[in-house]
Design a protein around this ligand. Structure first.
Ligand SMILES: Cc1ncc(COP(=O)(O)O)c(C=O)c1O
Length: 358
């Protein structure tokens, strides 16, 4: 097994004469192994790891300059929305948010200053599907970088670099780590120049992970395919159960034929994943809270992608940083419940849903 190189520095034979490692912010052998494994999984040439998914987002936006513009989706993960609008907007970068399910909306926003298209698919928490190949065609036509946040799908379900993306980004905290015991992020690219720019930012800004955490993610990756298969099977059962439940208004899961862009999901994904969101028929706050408090197997917690099932209330938890009016406009209601369906026995999960809804 890859050793955990728990060291900050490396002995040199003579000044500058070292064995490839000088200082662990720059390089660490455990991290190198993980970076290589991530590049292999995404069919990319280079991988880079960061101390969190947000540190990876931060590094990518630092490629840009004041005056540059970015187009992204209007139901983006709340933390990405926050760093874009509350941090980088102050540095002169402009962000546009639109419904990217319809590519005409993307093309309409492109101008001379557009330098990046930022895709998250499936989106968090409405599981909207964005056509990566279609976005890549727009990006190539206008010489724009295409970034894909592949956190929800993982390379087991979708490999954006193969579909024309320039940069893949991950919160490894989720399915890739898979056990809710580590916070980490990653970037994967093919282009050598882009890799050089991003590794310069990684080393200069210093948002790098420690070797123990890299070891944990390496271990998680070994079962990614097994876990994802089970997440997908359980996700399907939960989605179908909820869709037939009298107290449920709407279920968001890309595997339904009437889900927006279902055909695109079929085309670009191997299966539909383990994330399922749903709206209750009742939008009384006390009813939503009661369901969330009464789950026994679904633990009420932020995050997703671990082997154990979690439930959350995006309006007050993961997406609280999005202004209510914009949140509602994007279809993210106060009664929306998000489930990260784990790998437990499906009957236990369905039983838990039944009793919590009752
Ligand atoms: C889609 C998506 N991108 C990025 C992030 C941020 O990652 P991290 O929490 O590891 O910083 C998250 C976290 O929930 C996420 O769901």
């Amino acid at each position: 097994m890859t050793p955990i190189y728990q060291t900050s520095t490396y002995v040199q034979k003579s000044p500058g004469d070292h064995k490839g490692y000088e200082y662990s912010r720059t390089h660490n052998p455990t991290r190198t192994q993980l970076q290589n494994a991530l590049a292999a999984l995404e069919n990319g040439k280079h991988g880079l790891c960061f101390a969190s998914g947000m540190a990876a987002v931060d590094a990518i936006i630092k490629i840009l300059k004041p005056g540059d513009e970015v187009i992204s989706t209007n139901d983006l993960y709340g933390g990405s929305y926050r760093i874009f609008t509350k941090i980088f907007q102050n540095y002169g970068i402009k962000f546009h948010f639109t419904n990217m399910g319809n590519l005409a909306n993307v093309e309409e926003l492109v101008n001379d200053k557009t330098k990046m298209i930022w895709v998250e698919t499936p989106t968090n928490p409405l599981l909207n599907i964005i056509d990566i190949k279609g976005c890549a065609a727009i990006a190539k036509k206008h010489n724009i970088l295409l970034v894909a946040d592949n956190t929800f799908a993982t390379p087991y379900l979708q490999t954006p670099l193969d579909l024309g993306a320039d940069i893949v980004m991950h919160s490894l905290t989720k399915y890739m780590g898979g056990h809710s015991d580590v916070v980490m992020g990653a970037i994967i690219v093919n282009d050598d120049d882009l890799h050089q720019q991003l590794s310069f930012i990684q080393n200069s800004c210093g948002g790098t992970p420690g070797p123990q955490d890299c070891f944990l993610v390496l271990r998680g990756l070994k079962t990614l395919h097994l876990r994802m298969e089970r997440h997908c099977q359980n996700g399907r059962q939960v989605a179908e159960f909820l869709r037939n439940h009298p107290k449920v208004e709407k279920v968001y899961w890309p595997g339904f034929e009437d889900h927006n862009n279902h055909e695109v999901a079929r085309e670009q994904m191997r299966d539909f994943g383990g994330m399922v969101s749903f709206d209750l028929k009742s939008n009384k706050a006390e009813d939503v809270i009661s369901v969330l408090e009464n789950f026994k197997f679904f633990a009420l917690a932020e995050s997703l992608g671990g082997v154990e099932s979690l439930c959350g209330h995006p309006a007050t938890m993961t997406h609280a940083s999005i202004p209510p009016a914009e949140r509602i406009k994007a279809g993210l209601s106060d009664s929306l419940i998000r489930l990260s369906v784990g790998v437990e026995d499906a009957e236990d999960l369905l039983g838990d849903l039944e009793q919590a809804l009752a």
